[in-house]
Design a binder for this molecule. Sequence first.
Ligand code: ATP
Ligand code: MN
Length: 145
Amino acid sequence: MFEKILLPTDFSDVAEKALNFVKQLKDAGTQEVVILHVIKKNSPEVIAQYSSIRDFEEVEKEVEGDARKRISRIEKELKECGFNVQVRIETGFPFSEILRVETEENVSAIVIGSHGLSNIKEMLLGSVSESVIRKSKNPIIVVKR
Ligand code: ATP
Ligand code: MN
């Protein structure tokens, strides 16, 4: 039922909580975890660091390198728990990339945080988790903040 889990992460505290939940799925039969980070197209991170003296591609590479570093820490932790781990870093709209990878990797379920980096107190769900819940055909475990 939970053989292959998709774990989308924005490296927020809530996504970290989702990671800790996934670790417990070993006992529920999870073998494989696909960790996914989506670098937002035209993300503020990239734009904020951009100036005419710096090459846009160089800034994008830095953001990607940073993501790779952070995701490899998660990869290591999950491997230490005995999972087979795959790492994916994609660029685009987070929700559509999550849905694309879900189909491509043929996962059995998604474990997602209810909120992410914005974590607005009044919102029941963040916009990424809301869109994923609406559109995914798979079971989704929402880990609350
Ligand atoms: P919003 O982005 O709508 O302002 P938020 O940041 O509080 O709100 P979401 O972005 O919906 O909430 O985040 C919910 C969960 O979705 C995260 O815990 C994470 O699992 C996943 N997620 C969000 N952004 C990304 C991303 N860029 N790449 C991968 N997963 C993501
Ligand atoms: Mn967000």
